[in-house]
Design a protein around this ligand. Structure first.
Ligand SMILES: *Cc1c(COP(=O)(O)O)cnc(C)c1O
Length: 393
């Protein structure tokens, strides 16, 4: 209800005293933060500028041209020739849901290799779809061997096997070589979560034989969250076409989305053009830097961070051979209030880092050096701030 002559709600219309009245809402002025957590990561200024361009209609030929550019750039970054390469409107979880919901029907078998929070999520989400999930678990921070994956797939004979390439909850990087061959030999599809790896760590969709992969715009691709790149192999698309029922969720139906992105462009949803601009510009930056140089930058800055943390007497959670260059887990020293350190980093230094999840809650901090955030200056600033806080306590 509005009072006459005003579009603002009358004072006594407010249901509770806590409800903010429009007149109290100040112009947007978010605090400045250096985002060195598990995501989102700092957004490159060129991506920020791209987002400020005026929106376009979702069927405008100019926007469709930008989608085609984006698909092409994504194929390059995913290292695939898959025609079905696009971005789902939504965050990384939307990509996970789109891939699993498009591939799996109720009753379909799925082996999930879970050694962390996101592996567990894949299993949970697939169960909701009605898939028959076989979960293979390992301690958080470990990775799976080819033999372990093969044994699970041979025993369960599933429709697909899913694995997290870079497990953001633990900091462990899963070796992917040979997994596609194993899955295919047993008639299964290989699904990979590449949310924290794409654009920061080598990803070889075709080389590894991955049939379906998803990522997110806000980790190593240097954009804001809101777009989830997805790619499907011809084999995955055949499996989708052979479904007896339509995909789990209409909005996340990858065949409908492929039609909109790369087919006859039939209206599916009103894609957010600023987010398309952002993803396209983020991908242009990746290609401009060159993938090899970008991976090398992520590796070099991560190694500097690891050396610095160890020099401070801190222990890294993951064995050197399996660390993700874009996400480091460092153990919280005995007697330190981990939450207080994160709060002080944020309030005194404007730096965000992440807390541990699940069994690692309270035990590790998670430090992301992703995309535009992977800079030597950021490593030095974080190390100095952390050393200062740990010395002062
Ligand atoms: C961040 C992340 C997700 C989820 O992405 P959202 O953008 O938060 O929805 C999934 N998997 C992994 C490995 C991630 O790091």
């Amino acid at each position: 209800m509005t009072t006459q002559g005003s579009l603002l709600p009358a004072e006594d219309d407010a249901p509770t005293a806590q409800v903010r009245r429009p007149k109290n809402v100040a112009e947007l002025d978010p605090p400045s933060r250096l985002l060195l957590g598990p995501g989102p990561s700092p957004v490159h200024p060129r991506v920020m500028r791209a987002m400020a361009a005026p929106p376009l209609g979702h069927l405008d030929p100019a926007l469709l041209e930008l989608l085609a550019d984006t698909s092409g750039l994504l194929r390059g970054v995913f290292r695939t020739s898959n025609e079905a390469t696009l971005a789902v409107s939504g965050t990384g979880m939307a990509g996970m849901e789109a891939v699993l919901g498009s591939l799996l029907e109720p009753g379909d078998g799925l082996v999930v290799c879970a050694a962390g929070f996101f592996g567990q999520r894949i299993a949970e989400l697939a169960s909701r779809i009605g898939a028959a999930v076989t979960k293979v678990e390992k301690e958080w921070g470990q990775v799976f061997t080819r033999e372990e994956v093969e044994a699970a797939v041979a025993a369960a004979q599933p429709k697909a096997v899913a694995i997290v390439h870079a497990e953001t909850s633990t900091g462990a990087l899963q070796p992917m070589g040979g997994l596609g061959e194993i899955a295919h030999r047993h008639g299964a599809l290989l699904v990979a979560d590449c949310v924290t790896s794409l654009g920061g760590v080598p990803v070889e969709i075709d080389g590894w034989g991955v049939d379906a992969a998803y990522s997110g715009s806000q980790k190593c691709l240097g954009g804001p969250s809101g777009m989830s790149p997805v790619t499907l192999s011809p084999r995955a698309r055949e499996a989708i076409k052979a479904r007896t029922r339509p995909a789990h969720a209409w909005y996340l139906d990858l065949e409908l989305l492929q039609r909109y992105w790369n087919g006859d462009h039939a209206y599916h949803h009103t894609i957010s053009s600023p987010l398309v601009y952002a993803l396209r510009e983020g991908l242009r930056l990746v290609v401009e830097e060159r993938l090899e140089a970008r991976f090398e930058r992520h590796q070099r800055n991560a190694e500097a961070l690891w050396v610095g943390l160890e020099a401070m007497g801190l222990a890294l959670h993951v064995a050197a051979a399996h660390r993700i260059p874009s996400l480091t887990t460092v153990r919280v020293p005995e007697g330190v209030d981990e939450a207080q350190v994160r709060t002080r980093l944020r309030d005194d230094y404007g730096i965000e880092i992440g807390a541990g999840l699940g069994p690692l809650k309270g035990k590790v901090w998670r430090i992301g050096l992703m995309g535009h955030g992977s800079q030597k200056s950021n490593v030095l600033l974080l190390l100095a701030a952390l050393a200062d806080l740990l010395r002062k306590r």
